[in-house]
Design a protein around this ligand. Structure first.
Ligand SMILES: [Zn+2]
Length: 247
């Protein structure tokens, strides 16, 4: 166990832009009077600070800002959330019609696959509450062909099975909330964007470049793929090539 003295704690906080008002430090579970780098005065224990050194008031303000930005929908446009779901990094994008509102990726960690699936499930529910999409586009899963796979073939089946578990959970959430969704095969959006590369790393790089050209902004590989998927779905709908909203 690490025992911190008052000066060590002060120094640690100071280096992160924080301040502690207490003169006496007892232990990790003592409620301390602190000031965050943005000047908010809050009470927090060192245990909590070490786990997540972020201020509750800052978080609330960020969320409010995010809500006011994101809730201003473009009139008459449908909102689409696209997901390249994985038990590692999940890329996602949000469109109002053809307007890209936001795109990012989220890294899910956890010791077991089911623990990571549960975390992604909780994350999806939060996204649905926050953005209230009309439609969710999910990249379909596929069993990688064995010919191109150099490793253990059984391992490849295990990955596929895990992704199938994840997909089932996502479908359950959307079904139970009566939100329309579609599973889109990766080959569909790749051909729409004219991505012809064969190797996976080249395909990812190609998606990133196409998105950067189109939106004049750089996104991560995973976010870029989610943008490609989302835009394919929105465009196909506008051209009435696929119908996807319930009447
Ligand atoms: Zn703060």
């Amino acid at each position: 166990m690490i025992i911190l003295n008052c000066n060590t704690v002060q120094e640690k906080l100071h280096n992160a832009g924080w301040h502690m008002f207490n003169d006496l430090y007892i232990d990790l579970d003592q409620k301390l009077d602190m000031r965050c780098p943005n000047g908010h005065k809050i009470k927090m224990t060192m245990r909590n600070w070490q786990e997540d050194p972020s201020c509750e008031i800052c978080k609330e303000e960020e969320l409010k800002k995010e809500l006011s930005n994101i809730y201003s929908r473009v009139d008459g446009e449908k909102r689409v959330l696209s997901l390249d779901a994985s038990t590692g990094t999940t890329g996602w994008a949000l469109f109002d019609g053809m307007t890209l509102r936001k795109a990012d990726s989220i890294l899910i960690t956890g010791r077991t696959a089911i623990a990571r699936i549960v975390k992604l499930y909780i994350w999806l529910i939060k996204q649905l509450d926050l953005y209230k999409p009309d439609f969710v586009a999910i990249e379909d899963i596929q069993l990688q062909t064995f010919e191109n796979y150099k490793g253990d073939k059984r391992q490849q089946v295990v990955v596929y099975k895990t992704l199938a578990h994840l997909q089932g959970v996502l479908m359950f959430v959307l079904e139970s909330r009566k939100i329309d969704y579609a599973l889109i095969h990766v080959a569909k959006w790749r051909s729409y964007w004219g991505i012809k590369a064969k190797a996976r790393s080249d395909q990812k790089r190609s998606a990133m470049l196409k998105v950067e050209n189109k939106f004049k902004k750089k996104f991560s590989e995973d976010a870029s793929e989610a943008i490609c998927l989302g835009m394919y779905v929105v465009d196909k709908h506008l051209k009435s090539e696929i119908t996807m909203w319930r009447k």
